[in-house]
Design a protein around this ligand. Structure first.
Ligand code: AMP
Length: 250
């Protein structure tokens, strides 16, 4: 099964839309949060984990990027404001992101489990997620935190290329596509994301240090944090991740 097979319609379009992910739930559905600075390879791991262990990949960044293709007349003021923040590399206001996740809370009860990628990004968002999961009667299995020195992170980000079609992530040196600038999965064009431009990268790293890095303490205290080195090839990091997940207590 590929990530594209996993129908994430309810995540992209909201609770009123049916998705087909629950046709054959896995034996062990995982409910996970992924943490890590932009560029550590978190998106690639999210893809591998969702392909192999089948939790539904729920990325708030993907929701905002999808909203970009909506005509301006169909964008709510909150989404328009969110897209402007994203373009500058800034975090979208907590209330906007929390509302967007709340609207999609059904995805947290998905029989396939879920993998939150890019949410929460602040302690306030983490507290809101706790409230939401308690209301839904759902418990997180783990919060996977991918660690890497800052200079390496910046080098990785500037070489990242994303498929304009299916959103698969490549890297000019670390994970090159078979044909330059063409997606291996769908043949779409690979592009430099607006928020991966150097001026946006600097703002994003700052936002990460001040707002998101404190989340590791938050989840450490909650006994959920699993720290993993983000060094090495994607498969190597995945094997590390899978080993950590299989040693979690049920
Ligand atoms: P990502 O793909 O997760 O790196 O997200 C891309 C951009 O979307 C970020 O740089 C933010 O502008 C915005 N964004 C995504 N998720 C969040 C969040 N949980 N809180 C605030 N901003 C977010």
């Amino acid at each position: 099964m590929t990530a594209q097979d996993l129908d994430r319609a309810a995540w992209f379009k909201g609770a009123s839309v049916e998705c087909s992910i629950d046709s054959s739930p896995p034996d062990r559905p995982f409910r996970l949060v992924l943490l890590g600075a932009p560029g550590v390879g978190k998106g690639t791991q999210a893809e591998l984990i969702s392909q192999r262990l089948r939790p539904c990949h729920l990325s708030t960044g993907d929701v905002f990027r999808a909203a970009k293709s909506l005509p301006a007349s169909e964008r709510t003021p909150a989404i328009t404001q969110a897209l402007a923040c994203m373009q500058r590399g800034e975090l979208v206001p907590d209330d906007t992101v929390i509302n967007i996740v709340r609207e999609r809370s059904r995805c947290m009860t998905c029989p396939a489990g879920f993998l939150l990628d890019g949410f929460p990004r602040t302690v306030r968002q983490a507290e809101a997620l706790d409230v939401l999961l308690t209301q839904l009667g759902v418990k997180l299995d783990a919060v996977l935190s991918y660690d890497m020195p800052l200079e390496q992170v910046i080098a990785r980000l500037s070489g990242r290329r994303t498929c304009a079609g299916c959103k698969a992530v490549f890297h000019v040196t670390g994970r090159p596509p078979k044909v330059p600038d063409v997606c291996d999965n769908c043949g779409g064009q690979l592009v430099l994301r607006e928020d991966d431009r150097p001026e946006s990268i600097r703002v994003r790293m700052q936002a990460y240090q001040t707002s998101t890095a404190p989340l590791t303490d938050y989840y450490q205290k909650a006994g959920l944090l699993v720290s993993l080195s983000a060094a090495g090839a994607p498969e190597e990091i995945y094997q590390r991740t899978a080993a950590a997940l299989s040693s979690l207590r049920r």
